[in-house]
Design a protein around this ligand. Sequence first.
Ligand code: DGY
Length: 380
Amino acid sequence: MKKEWAILNPAGAKRIVATKDLPGNTWRKVLSENDCRIEVCTSPAALAVNKLRSALGTTCDGVIGQLNETWDNDLLSALHAAGGRVYCNYAVGFDNVDVRAATSLGIAIGNTPEVLTEATAEMGVALTFAAARRVTEADDFMRAGKFTGWRHSLFLGELLTGRTLGVVGAGRIGSAYARMMVEGHKMSLMYFNTKPNTELENYVASYGKFLGGVGQSSVTCRRASTIEELLSAADVIALFPALNEKTFHLLDGKRLSLMKEHAVLVNLSRGPVIDETALVQHCRTHPNFRAGLDVYEKEPKTAQGLLALSNVVLAPHLGSATLWTREAMATLAARNVAAVLNGFPAWDGGSVLKFLGESPPKAAPSIVNARGVGMISLES
Ligand code: DGY
């Protein structure tokens, strides 16, 4: 074993590969208590495919992997050949995994939803206001010693209270972000989603009623019938769709041009949802438009010219980056792996937060190919 790998519970009968060391101890405890030997890559660098393949070796029961690794048919076949039955992505998104290939190989694919919902939504709020109020430009200005006293015209930004919010992808994270922005800043909501989100609609309606009852302007919620309608009406546009063939370059140059001159765009989903080269061009020609980005089309690379734009705020894919969240994600990942290897069924009982406690249900908290993306049966 090379120096960049550490072994935990060496006597465990099942061999699990964790392609990165994860925070907290619970995940290690869960796997050790389930008779797993855990081989952890301690190097912070993303592992290239040849290193991932050699880490699988000839015997590997399961893997906890990262969103910046491509688990395609070849790699999943290598896991299958090593006897692997489960791969869990340390993320809620799983666009880096060929789920259909996994399903046909009989490999369960886990993810870590729910525990990162609020953290990712909060990061969306942070980027929205950083962009709207030009926080990073102002920070640079201060650090450069340029502040010579209050000026009425310094870094004028956008007031968001009472404006229109457009959310593209109103799933768990998009809805949490929408609630934070509607409730906190009395924004009216327009959302674009494949299905109506009645829970979110009812939430906004109740809040609007409350505001009306205390003599304040109400807020409204409406599902846009086209993305174009949302883009031209919203003052803030926030992107939360899963990445797939339909959402690749959802925002291309043509659609970007529909946005208001002073609009704020934030992306917390996946980079390829925006044509990043077109975005650079749009930001160059629309100096009052602002963007807050957490994800990039070709991470960790960024499109030429992006880093030079002062009307864009950039974060290095930090959506779920709080310690509590990342520990909880590790716990869910370990519970997914242990449960599949124990032959437990996939959980269909609602919230997965129960899996963070000492006595979790006898089930795998979140298996994406047990619910529609090419079905798999886990029961042995
Ligand atoms: C995820 O889990 O998919 C997020 O991108 C993490 O920030």
